[in-house]
Ligand binder design. Structure first.
Ligand SMILES: C=C(O[C@@H]1C=C(C(=O)O)C=C[C@H]1O)C(=O)O
Length: 245
């Protein structure tokens, strides 16, 4: 490729370990990096504004062509902590659920759990802007990312979507993966994977760089999020995509 590869990543704390090793890495000579919330970068990849992005896997069916280019992802094999249904009342008393406009995968996962696992009859409400202050009474809300870590301090009832997926299917879950909309040079992909692995192998270094008082990031990066895109995670992803079809 003559020009630089355009890469978009998620702007949340969960992506810091993946991006840690890019600074000062040789791969930066081959690429330009931007960050935004997941639904935004999903649209950028679909529209061809970027070549590679850490996108919600739920958008894969919308892509004419896709390639998973990296061995790392935003996944979980138990509670993920930052993708939850938050409520003031227990699950079966919820009447309406606000959906997170920043998410694609978790919205699809929530709909699946509501219909096939929890079997709730609730009204689902799309959002386009801040909505967390509407999580009151029998109105619950799906929240993802850093805002979910904050909401954990507010809502008495917290239903973790990754934990419930694992109970439902006995498989791990993949929220987002590094996906390109065109084939990319092997040399770039190798350097990209090398850069991604650096922070994953140095979580103490990542935590030291990101002071955060709301939630323990060592726990988040080592117990909640699971970064390696293993065969079991690929199986979980295929299972999820087959539910979407
Ligand atoms: C675990 C998370 O995974 C995220 C959830 C996504 C989604 O719901 O579409 C997309 C990207 C990930 O950053 C999180 O953001 O809390």
């Amino acid at each position: 490729m003559e020009r630089k590869v355009k890469v978009a990543a998620v702007s949340y704390l969960n992506t810091k370990p993946l991006l840690f090793g890019f600074r000062d890495h040789p791969v930066m000579k081959m690429m330009d990096l931007s960050v935004d919330y997941p639904a935004k970068i999903a649209q950028q990849l679909i529209d061809g504004e970027v070549d590679v992005a850490l996108v919600p896997v739920a958008i894969i069916p919308k892509m004419k062509e896709y390639h998973i280019i990296a061995d790392f992802c935003i996944g979980a094999d138990g509670p993920v902590a930052s993708v939850c249904l938050f409520s003031e009342v227990p699950l079966h008393e919820i009447k309406r659920i606000y959906l997170d406009y920043q998410s694609r995968t978790s919205v699809a996962l929530l709909k699946l759990l509501v219909r096939d696992y929890w079997k709730l009859s609730v009204e689902l409400i799309e959002t386009t802007d801040d909505y967390q202050d509407k999580i009151k009474g029998t109105d619950a809300g799906l929240v993802i990312g850093d805002r979910a870590l904050e909401q954990r301090k507010v809502s008495p009832y917290i239903y973790d979507l990754a934990e419930n997926w694992v109970r439902f299917t006995s498989l791990p879950f993949v929220f987002a993966a590094w996906i390109s909309n065109k084939p990319l040079p092997v040399a770039f992909i190798q350097e990209f994977n090398n850069a991604s692995s650096i922070g994953i192998n140095n979580i103490p270094g990542v935590v030291a760089e990101n002071p955060y008082s709301v939630y323990d990031l060592t726990t988040y990066y080592t117990q909640n999020i699971s970064y390696p895109l293993t065969p079991a995670k690929r199986q979980g992803m295929q299972q999820f995509l087959s539910y979407l079809r």
